[in-house]
Design a protein around this ligand. Sequence first.
Ligand code: NI
Length: 178
Amino acid sequence: MTVREILKMGDPRLLRVARPVETFDSPELHSLIVDMFDTMAAAKGAGLAAPQIGVDLALVIFGFKDNPRYPDAEPVPQTVLLNPQIEALTDDEDLGWEGCLSVPGLRGMVPRIARIRYSGYDALGCRVERVAEGFHARVVQHECDHLMGKLYPMRIRDFSHFGYTSVLFPDLDAEADD
Ligand code: NI
């Protein structure tokens, strides 16, 4: 088990467009994914993208049954997604609060496509394809943004809904305050 350091906003490695994964089912890939799950669990994250630990690959993980950082969110299936693509299934947007392990201590209200189809590959190279809405769709869009060098503050339109988690959500578990 290796908990890796999570890069914080301001690090130029978070602004790169990630390279596609070309080799599936390798020991290096499996070990990277284990480290990512360990790192996400230690930080109580809902998702993590490889660039957040400084790895320049189009690889995201996400999923939880319940999450102290997002106590009202419905469960999201535990997923490994390589070379993901997102297709909008509606023009409708949802506004919702987001945080990011690379932007600790803050939350912002971010517009996201309300209903999407996402696809890609799992660690073995098998195709993954799902339709998602609600918080699930939000998490996928947030994580895939990391692969394009985008952090959620770049998506905020109304900065009156951006602030410190401890002020906006004082009842949230203090440990989840990142
Ligand atoms: Ni993030």
